[in-house]
Design a protein around this ligand. Structure first.
Ligand SMILES: Cc1cc2nc3c(=O)[nH]c(=O)nc-3n(C[C@H](O)[C@H](O)[C@H](O)COP(=O)(O)O)c2cc1C
Length: 198
């Protein structure tokens, strides 16, 4: 199947999976990184990168601290947009939809699959709150690791969020700026595919 034929696929999740696997081979690091846009209830936007750890019919899922700025904004307004950009492939995928909490059992399983140091790091970070110094953070890390020599309990604020795609758009660079764009919109249990002008 050539690149343009792939765009003719009817299932955007299958197409996303193909593109992600190609990005895993082409990109220097973090092929699963995406910009995540959230906003406050009165429409003030904010954006930052996250790693999308799962992308299937259950949503495009990432993990974060629910007390962070993004976590607070998602609580106010549980809608988000993600944008993947694979520079080497010259491709972009945009995902938009409602956001829900991942099942606690799945979050626990992922948390405990990470290296112990990452678990401790997550537990001591009051993400997005002011921090007096780097030393304070390192001291908290040391103290927490000493106090929890065994399993690190997952902090309740460390959670998984899933964007349930209502629309997914694929963009692929073309010659003479004649790029290909396909927008998939969810209609009941089906996806409708529309080609867009570049
Ligand atoms: C490539 C990359 C991947 C990142 N992945 C995550 C992630 O998966 N979860 C997360 O909480 N922060 C991640 N970060 C840090 C966020 O971009 C951000 O700085 C942090 O989550 C605080 O954002 P907030 O204050 O808007 O909530 C990542 C940063 C980069 C550059």
């Amino acid at each position: 199947m050539n690149d343009r034929d792939k765009l003719e696929l009817d299932d955007p999740l299958e197409l996303f999976g193909l593109w992600l696997r190609e990005a895993e081979r082409s990109e220097a690091n973090d092929p699963n990184a995406a910009a995540l846009a959230t906003s406050t209830l009165d429409g003030v936007p904010s954006v930052r990168m996250v790693l999308v750890k799962r992308a299937d019919q259950r949503g495009f899922c990432f993990f974060t601290n629910a007390g962070s700025r993004k976590g607070m904004e998602l609580r106010q307004n549980p809608k988000a947009a993600l944008c993947f950009h694979w520079k080497t492939l010259r491709r972009q995928v945009r995902v938009e939809g409602r956001v829900t909490d991942m099942e606690a059992a799945d979050v626990d399983a992922y948390f405990h699959s990470r290296p112990r140091s990452s678990q401790v790091g997550a537990a001591v970070s009051e993400q997005s709150r002011p921090l007096a110094s780097r030393e304070e953070l390192e001291e908290r890390f040391r103290r927490f690791a000493e106090q929890h020599p065994g399993e690190v309990p997952r902090p309740p604020y460390w959670r998984g969020f899933c964007v349930h795609a209502e629309q997914i758009e694929f963009w692929m660079s073309g010659e003479n700026r004649l790029h290909d764009r396909f927008l998939f919109t969810r209609e009941a249990s089906q996806w409708k595919r529309t080609r867009l002008y570049p």
